[in-house]
Design a protein around this ligand. Structure first.
Ligand code: GLC
Length: 418
């Protein structure tokens, strides 16, 4: 296998998806700046162009709201042919944005860029630090219940149609959303995307928040969908630890961030589903576990939780499939190997799980996961996601985050590897 050639291809994908100061996840399907995709892009750029990596994060924060929230999409240019675009979100601000957030991994990726650029990076890090703190503060003020991070729309999780949300979505009425034309299925086979009935509910939730004037108090008291997302809690805990590290480096106050970490660690305990023996999401409206074992449950190690209880599930799944940890347990009756977050394997998730394993001392597990992801991408290409059964590529092609994790983690030449 010619890995130099594959490295080159990965860099080319980032460059092709680069719109100057931000990177699209892939052209066509996702033509704007997505929040956590951009953080991955910054990480990827840090392996060969740190200046461009900083620009990526700085551009993302031009979309930050006055209350600190960083939206899941920033529409830097007119959105023709994308649904739901700025007219649906209906926000009076420039650049236009969506009205919900996404996994807050920017602090983690900013730290990675800073590590790659210790000297000149300091000024960039100083500029970003306050913005990161205010985003984290927004989460702590509005989205923490029992120490868990609560999402108010499945899209906030980054795992749009995961099985985790099925029961909670039963409370959402999608029958009155009106006529609309979704665009994703113009680009990708509909059998690999969320179903129409799910999409109706996603839109109903957008309309609810919009009509509530995006008032977090109203969303909390009347919102039909509120779930403590195990993935968000782990990623946010990790990001707070990285923010703390940055604060120490920059000589900033640390008490507030330390307080957040304490609260989130309590939340981690609330996510433990004793009956099923794994970390799980919680419908905070009913107090019920969602009873689904997804790739997000395995982010415990990435969050710095030294907990071996998840290893039994981990080993079972790695024996069942060959390409890493799929978005849902392959033994679950709802598992679907090609439908987006209901079964496919995502390279970027493998990278986070693998790094977490390595950091908590599970180096053999970590190395196996890295090798399998390496083989998957080297043999099948830089796709959005893959079937965990046979590695068949699916979704969008020339995908930014798949290229980014190749350069930073999966490639044999990746520096970030352990
Ligand atoms: C989908 C994914 C989400 C991602 C976006 C752009 O909505 O579920 O995680 O950020 O596409 O790639």
């Amino acid at each position: 296998m010619n890995y130099d050639k594959i490295d080159k291809k990965a860099r080319k994908i980032l460059q092709e998806n680069d719109r100057g100061l931000y990177t699209v996840p892939t052209k066509g399907l996702y033509p704007y700046q997505w929040n956590w995709d951009s953080a991955f892009a910054a990480w990827g750029f840090s392996s060969f162009n740190v200046r461009r990596a900083w620009a990526e994060l700085e551009t993302l924060f031009t979309g930050q709201w006055d209350n600190g929230m960083v939206p899941h999409i920033v529409f830097h240019k007119q959105a023709i042919g994308y649904f739901p675009g700025p007219d649906v979100w209906n926000l009076e601000r420039v650049p236009h944005t969506s009205g919900i957030t996404q996994p807050p991994i920017a602090a983690t990726m900013a730290r990675a860029v800073y590590e790659a650029d210790k000297h000149y990076g300091r000024v960039h890090m100083e500029l970003l630090f306050g913005r990161l703190v205010s985003w984290h503060r927004w989460f702590m003020k509005n989205r923490i219940e029992d120490g868990m991070v609560v999402i108010t729309h499945p899209w906030e999780s980054g795992r749009d149609n995961a099985i985790d949300w099925d029961d909670a979505l039963a409370n959402v009425d999608g029958s009155n959303v009106g006529e609309y034309h979704r665009r994703d299925t113009d680009h990708v086979d509909p059998s690999m995307r969320p179903k129409k009935e799910d999409y109706d509910k996603y839109l109903a939730l957008v309309q609810f928040s919009r009509d509530a004037g995006y008032d977090e108090k109203v969303i909390k008291s009347d919102g039909p969908f509120r779930v403590g997302d195990v993935g968000m809690t782990f990623l946010f805990l990790r990001a707070c630890r990285d923010l703390l590290h940055i604060a120490v480096e920059l000589d900033h106050e640390v008490d507030e961030i330390e307080g957040w970490i304490k609260i989130l660690k309590k939340g981690v305990e609330r996510h433990w589903n004793e009956d099923r023996g794994h970390y799980d999401s919680v419908d905070v409206r009913t107090g019920q576990f969602t009873n689904s074992l997804s790739c997000a449950s395995f982010l415990c190690w990435y969050a710095g939780i030294k907990d071996d209880r998840m290893l039994t599930h981990y080993d079972r799944i790695m024996q069942t499939v060959d390409f890493g940890i799929p978005s849902n347990d392959p033994d679950d009756p709802h598992f679907n190997h090609l439908r987006y977050w209901r079964g496919p394997v995502w390279g970027m998730f493998n990278s986070l799980i693998g790094i977490g394993l390595a950091e908590t001392g599970h180096t053999v597990h970590a190395e196996r996961l890295r090798k399998r992801t390496q083989k998957l991408i080297a043999e099948h290409g830089f796709y959005e996601y893959f079937s965990p059964l046979d590695g068949a590529p699916a979704g969008g092609t020339h995908f930014t985050w798949t290229a980014a994790i190749w350069l930073t983690w999966a490639s044999p030449h990746a520096k970030g590897r352990f």
